[in-house]
Design a protein around this ligand. Structure first.
Ligand code: NDP
Length: 511
């Protein structure tokens, strides 16, 4: 069932290129701890060439460069990429499961979404032609103004490992649709399918330099990209700590950034829910992707009147979750991505215990799996708001639980976090859900569910979860800049030498 990991190079200027220092990083299958291949490690020289190639793609031939091509032309390439990805769906899904540890069912669905994402932005690229020039109605007839939407230029795209190709697609597809050229730096922990995207680009004849893919270390290749003066914008998905480093690296150049960062999202369960349904969403919201989701609803806040029954059923269902090699049929929980993450998560659990919290289920390696970075679904109670487990993102299959007695208290607990990515509220009272949604400090709110995302709807957070919105039209806007073009159309002289003409045009200013 396993597939061979192709040996790839960096993808720069439309071709494979060996990294300048010929360094490679081993790829470890987190389920078996075996080395299954390696990826090239880009260093400063390689990133430099990749940025140059992207710049050239925007200025190769002014009449024919990627940014001035009609949206319909860019759409053609995006659709071709989508179609190739669909053709290779099963193989890519297997590669991604072996690389990241995500259950094969999940990676199969993710790769399907990757193709849909390219198709969706192909559609928006076509529509962009008509929207590129928009007239603005003014309060004077002396001027005409229109707004141009233009590609931002060369963009650096840096992604995390939990949705390796999908997170890349959320950035690459809109960036290319907008007419930008891009340099993608995926996570060193799961880059295999992003390198296969390079192969797909070669297959469909994507013009050289439009997309460059440089795998390698974050503090080397990623850091060079973020501080590069010839990169016009950085779009980043990853931890809050790296996000803040990226802001700092771009600050001297006032480089714009879009940041999709971490979270500590709440799921609030009121007393009137159907308990089994709410338990299923609670499990899905935290154990999907082996607990490694930015928006994972990792803080359960449950009404005290149903807490005992809810916890019983939560533990019962958690025991039923199939933990296995991600390639096994029916696997629902695979290993976390790396030894480093595995140790970090176990440390979170032991700190919670030492602070007085109680592990009511899980908390360790499952007994039946002797190898691999597996951690049981873990449920922790007796948590106080000052504990690390309540405050910090674990990024693993660990749920912490608190109870509440009033709606006001539930909202206070839900918002008691530096993060502001997702939040879920469960109740049969839809008026209450709506009222509660308004009070939640989060970029995404789920009612009677947790986690689904849609290509058409905006994705992103507030507070320390970042800023900027991916997906939908918002995702395209990240890669477009707005230019005001104003023309003086009156036959009369402006009249500044005589007297300021501002009295009649009170809404107009000189500046
Ligand atoms: P990291 O922040 O460690 O890494 C993210 C990316 O940044 C990787 O490609 C990494 O490379 C790179 N990187 C690391 N250091 C630097 C640097 N100094 N300059 C530039 N790039 C750098 O995050 P993880 O990969 O551990 O991902 C998990 C985090 O991502 C979690 O906090 C999660 O919540 C967040 N996330 C947010 C999402 C959202 O939509 N809001 C979605 C998915 C994840 P390398 O891997 O080589 O270190």
């Amino acid at each position: 069932m396993a597939v061979r990991v192709p040996r790839r190079q960096l993808f720069i200027d439309g071709e494979w290129r060996e990294p300048a220092l010929k360094k490679r990083i081993p790829v470890i299958n987190p389920a078996t701890e075996e080395t299954i291949g390696d990826i090239p490690a880009a260093t400063a020289q390689d990133v430099e060439i990749a940025v140059e190639a992207a710049r050239k793609a925007l200025a190769r031939d002014k009449a024919k460069d990627w940014s001035s091509a009609p949206g319909a032309v860019r759409a053609k390439y995006l659709r071709a990429i989508a179609s190739k990805i669909k053709e290779r769906k099963s193989e890519l899904a297997k590669l991604e499961a072996m690389d990241s540890g995500k259950p094969l069912d999940e990676t199969t669905s993710d790769i399907g979404e990757v193709a849909s994402c390219f198709e969706y932005y192909a559609g928006l690229a076509e529509e962009l032609d008509a929207k590129q020039k928009t007239p603005v109605s003014l309060s004077t007839e002396k001027f005409k103004t229109h707004v141009l939407k233009e590609p931002v230029g060369v963009v650096g795209l840096i992604t995390a490992w939990n949705y390796p190709l999908l997170m890349a697609a959320w950035k690459v597809a809109p960036a290319l649709a907008a007419g930008c050229a891009a340099v993608l730096k995926p996570s060193e922990l799961a880059s295999i399918t992003c390198l296969e995207l390079a192969e797909v680009c070669i297959n469909v004849g994507l013009p050289p330099g439009v997309l460059n893919i440089v795998t390698g270390l974050g503090n080397e290749a990623g850091a060079i990209l973020t501080s590069h003066p010839n990169v016009d914008k950085i779009a980043f998905t990853g931890s809050t700590i790296t996000g803040s480093k990226i802001m700092a690296a771009g600050a001297p150049m006032i480089k714009p950034v879009a940041l999709e960062l971490g979270g500590k999202s709440p799921i609030v369960v009121f007393e009137d829910v159907d308990i089994d349904k709410a338990v299923e969403w609670t499990c899905f919201g935290i154990f999907l992707t082996n607990g490694q989701i930015c928006s994972a609803t990792s803080r359960l806040i449950v009404h005290e009147s149903i807490a005992a029954e809810f916890m019983d059923r939560l533990v019962k269902w958690s025991k039923n979750i199939k933990i296995s090699d991600p390639m096994e049929q029916g696997c629902r929980l695979g290993p976390v991505v790396s030894k480093g993450q595995y140790e970090k998560i176990l440390k979170f659990i032991s700190t919670a215990k030492s602070e007085g919290a109680k592990v009511v289920y899980g908390g360790d390696r499952p007994e039946h799996l002797k190898k691999g970075f597996f951690i049981e679904p873990t449920i922790i109670t007796d948590v106080t708001p000052s504990m690390q487990i309540w405050r910090d993102e674990v990024f693993g299959p660990v749920l912490c639980v608190k109870t509440f007695s009033s709606e006001e208290e539930a909202l206070e607990l839900a918002n008691d976090t530096h993060y502001g990515l997702g939040a879920a509220v469960m109740s049969k009272d839809l008026e209450r859900c709506e009222r509660f949604s308004k009070g939640l400090q989060a970029g995404i709110v789920w009612i009677n569910s947790s986690q689904p995302s849609f290509i058409q709807a905006p994705w992103g957070g507030n507070k320390r979860s970042g800023f900027g919105r991916e997906l939908g039209e918002w995702g395209l806007e990240l890669y477009l800049s707005v230019k005001q073009v104003t023309e003086y159309v009156s036959d009369q002289p402006w009249g500044w030498f005589e007297a300021p003409p501002l009295e009649d045009d009170s809404e107009m200013s000189y500046y």
